[in-house]
Each structure stands twice: as C-alpha cells, then as structure tokens.
Design a protein around this ligand. Structure first.
Ligand SMILES: [Ca+2]
Length: 145
C-alpha cells in the first residue's frame, strides 16, 4: 500500500511539482559496478536508510515537508548513479577484431557476410544512425574502442 502511495507521489512530481526527472537527468556521475548483486544490495541499503523517513512523512500526509522531497530526491539520484554504472558495466567490450569484422561486412566478406544491413542495424552497428552500414560506421566503431 505504501509503495503505491510512494509511486503516486513520484509520478505526480516527475515532470511537474518537484520535477524529479529534471534532477535525475542531470546525474552524470556513476557508481562503479564491480559485482551487480552486491552493488544493488548496497543501493537497497542506501534507500532503506531513507524509507522509514519517507514512510513517516507519507503516513502523516506531510507531502509538503521539504525533507520528504530531499529523501526521495537523494534515493532517486543515488539510484541513477547506480544505473549509469550498470550501463557501463553491461556495455559490451569490443576489440580491433570486431572493427575488422565490420569492415569485412561492408566489403561483403567475413563472418557477418550473411547478415543484412537491417540485421547489423539491430545489432547496433549503425553508429551514425543513417540507416546504412558503411565505412563511416567502421570509422566511428574504431574511434569508440
Ligand atoms: Ca551508418
């Protein structure tokens, strides 16, 4: 029940009111993720430290308490730092061999030669988002590793 109240509060203040989305989008820092299970456990512990305070404010219908905004904001910003870290943690590692395979694809050879441009776009190789896989994508891929 309280979780629904919390979700409604956040939803009502996501782009209006306290505009939590604005604060979350500004988070560029990241938590370095080394063990996702342990790191998410740490995030849960961080949030738990504020959950009782949030619960007390909400249970008392004290939605105008600036501390409530702060508690919710702190947990959301910390969560975004972990999400940024998870994004980097789960990002595939590519090597020069992968770039060469993409170059081969543009020449109609190599292990991807049976793929269509659409297949390669779905795999994320259309780095300039122009709907084609060509030498520009190879160059951008090379620069990214
Ligand atoms: Ca392209």
């Amino acid at each position: 029940m309280i979780y629904c109240v919390y979700e409604t509060y956040v939803s009502n203040n996501w782009v209006t009111g306290h505009n939590f989305s604005k604060h979350v989008k500004r988070v560029k820092t990241e938590k370095e993720i080394t063990n996702p299970y342990n790191d998410m456990h740490d995030l849960a512990n961080y949030s738990r430290a504020y959950s009782e305070k949030i619960w007390i404010c909400m249970d008392n219908d004290n939605y105008s308490d600036p501390l409530l905004t702060g508690y919710v904001g702190f947990t959301m910003i910390k969560g975004q730092e972990y999400m940024n870290g998870m994004f980097n943690y789960s990002k595939p590692e590519y090597s020069i061999a992968d770039v060469i395979m993409l170059l081969q694809y543009t020449e109609g050879t190599g292990p991807f030669s049976d793929k269509t441009d659409q297949d390669m776009i779905i795999l994320g190789f259309d780095f300039d988002n122009n709907g084609e896989i060509d030498i520009i994508d190879v160059q951008m891929f090379l620069q990214s590793i």
